[in-house]
Design a binder for this molecule. Sequence first.
Ligand SMILES: [Cu+2]
Length: 200
Amino acid sequence: MRRVWAGWWLAWSCGWAMAQGVAVEVVDGQGRPVPGAVVSLESPAAQRAVQPMAGQAIVQRRRQFVPAVLPVTRGTPVTFPNEDTVRHHVYSFSPAKRFELKLYIGTPAEPVVFDRAGVVVLGCNIHDDMVAWVVVLDTPYFAESSAQGVASVDAPAGDYRLQVWHAGLPASGVPAAQPVRLDSAGRARVRVVLPELVRL
Ligand SMILES: [Cu+2]
């Protein structure tokens, strides 16, 4: 994590756009855009603003989890509908949420509530190549990076810890972090380099 930190650099531009928050450009060690990174702004105030999200689901379709990465706020219930005709057996051994949904077809009656912040790795007992990540966040201020590697996070002015997680980072589950200050003048712009990213 320390080495990841050392690879980061910041470019600030106040008043860069109208909206308040931060635009984060995530790139790998070669400067290529990194899609699918979860960028979040953490603070005590952000923690207090957390509300569970509604309507969250990870579908099993053609023996894959869709989406493979689902960022949610702490306390969010997630359903796991199986659209395949084969049965799946969804489980996680991650400390933030251990659970299993034994062999099933259709949608289990009860959603799984992700009540602790952290990265929850999901697998299927039947299909070893099925993998997904529920990224449980202690903040309502987050976004996923686009195909261009850009995540735009809106948040009130204040001091935050900017956290970036990606499934391809080593020891996934330990997000890289750095301090960031948002003022009310506009949107800050930050470039984050992840030199240790492994392309999945
Ligand atoms: Cu399966």
